[in-house]
Design a binder for this molecule. Structure first.
Ligand SMILES: [Zn+2]
Length: 90
């Protein structure tokens, strides 16, 4: 469930992933560290940005408002503190 949300989230940022280990969902509770499936990033070059996006995903600030990057004009989600397109600070 959470992995699917993350997969969709990353896909919206042009990072393609596949979900592995869904079979583990039946064992949830037994192995807390493994109760969520693993998300594999298909392109090596997307890995670092993927990690960063996941970090933002889990510290999602509900009160954050969307903003427009002053450097490139890209629209960014409120929880991001740097532009996802050009990496400029808010
Ligand atoms: Zn930008």
């Amino acid at each position: 469930m959470e992995a699917q949300l993350l997969k969709d989230y990353l896909a919206s940022h042009h990072i393609q992933t596949v979900i592995q280990g869904e079979y583990l969902s039946g064992a949830a509770g037994e192995l807390p560290a493994l109760q969520f499936p693993v998300l594999w990033v298909l392109e090596d070059e997307d890995l670092e940005r993927g990690k960063e996006l996941i970090g933002y995903f889990f510290q999602n600030d509900k009160a954050a408002i969307p903003w427009v990057c002053p450097a490139c004009g890209e629209h960014n989600e409120g929880q991001f503190h740097i532009c996802w397109n050009c990496a400029k600070m808010k």
